[in-house]
Design a binder for this molecule. Sequence first.
Ligand SMILES: Cc1ncc(COP(=O)(O)O)c(C=O)c1O
Ligand SMILES: N[C@@H](CCOP(=O)(O)O)C(=O)O
Length: 507
Amino acid sequence: MSSKAYRSTRSSENQSLSFEDVVMTGLANDGGLFVPSKIPKLPDTFLEEWKDFSFNELAFNILRLYIEESEISNSELKDLVTRSYSTFRTPEVTPIKKIDDDVYLLELFHGPTYAFKDVALQFVGNLFEFFLNRRNSKKAAGEPKDIITVVGATSGDTGSAAIYGLRGKKDVSVFILYPTGRISPIQEEQMTTVEDANVHTLSVKGTFDDCQDIVKQIFGDKEFNEKYHVGAVNSINWARILAQQTYYFYSYFQLRKQLARNSDKVRYVVPSGNFGDILAGYYAKEMGLPVDKLIIATNENDILDRFLKSGRYEKKSGDDGAVKATHSPAMDILISSNFERLLWYLARDIAAKGDDNKAGSTLNDWMKQLKETGSVTIPDEVVKHARITFDSERVNNEDTVKTIRQVYTTSSDDYVLDPHTAVGVATTYRFIAKDDKADSIKYISLSTAHPAKFSDVVSQALDSVEGYTDFIPEDLKQLRNKEKRIKLIDEASLEKVKNAIISELNF
Ligand SMILES: Cc1ncc(COP(=O)(O)O)c(C=O)c1O
Ligand SMILES: N[C@@H](CCOP(=O)(O)O)C(=O)O
């Protein structure tokens, strides 16, 4: 099987789907996520040959390993990459920033919506347009055109990044569900002030998990899907995970250049919720990028940290089992959808001894158990295997605030972290405290959003520090003066969301 052919994590039959199929379908109709069963290997010479590549050149080369040339030619792919990253505020797209001798931040917030999601969603927006244009240009006059109705769930950042990636695109409508009152005011303004007629925001009374669940149910609704051609912008869409791999490579080479040596081990620390961002790092490592460890940093919604420590994947948080509202709200998630992709590889390589189809049926059983009982215990040998690559920590609100203050007061340039990034940096410092000093280890901690998006928490951390004044980029400040368009859905109900979508589409 080629690395450019895809299958569902829940299928126990041979499957070989194209990149276009998986991008445009989003979620498999058996409820599984699409994966390339074979992860491509980097060319032997990549460390030397790719080290001076620009962000765009690296992105092109990585994407090429996963997409057939017969689907997207070299010149088309180069054009998609160039257009996607021309919207960033820095030519480096995702620069790294040294905050002390052992810690570097990977700044992923230089795109249009100031969040790491832009790296993938600028590309995904252009991909949807590319595939739709090509399909529609082949239609005879009078034949109905292909359209896509994107339905996404957000805990704050995916929504605006998707909207900015898709606004005004021909034949695309976008519906974004977000939990009422559980996103920051700027995030809400970013999503609801966009005037393009193809953009719709639905504020749903419930949690992010309710919104994500409704989105997945909409994908499973055959009749609705056939009529409206539902598309995904969440990281259930493989193109999101693929595009997020680029910055692991780019940051690795930037670090090597700054250190001017190759001897140190490199670890990535990733503030995690839906497990998409760190999963991109897993692919990069499996492809051959020399990464020592991938470290999951969770807030108090800690399903991932609990899994690595106990082997039990269990949907609960806090004493009452409900999702906690934390200082890093974009990670207030009980079930991490992309974890299923990692479990598939672990099941295939360990429990199913390399058999793709057996891995599909194992995964299906695990996911059924999780749905029916709220938890699943994964076999020991599988968990042990996961621990070779992954480690984890859980960071509470107090430590999040402390870390923002610590980095601001100790950095030479008064550096301000956003609270999600602070969860990662707090985790990084805990690992440094327990490191084996015989080894030289460098940490790249992912900085996933601009602090201005979460100014309440940042103010809580820094208002009492002498000399601190908050900084909000001018374009974000301007949003306050714009009119908001919000449709309230007063219950987390599939029917109510579907009806809202249908009535907006027919308006
Ligand atoms: C700012 C921020 N940091 C971290 C995360 C967690 O990333 P992931 O859901 O890919 O694990 C999110 C949400 O996706 C986010 O918006
Ligand atoms: N934190 C996310 C939640 C959705 O995750 P996704 O990566 O699957 O789109 C957000 O900000 O919306």
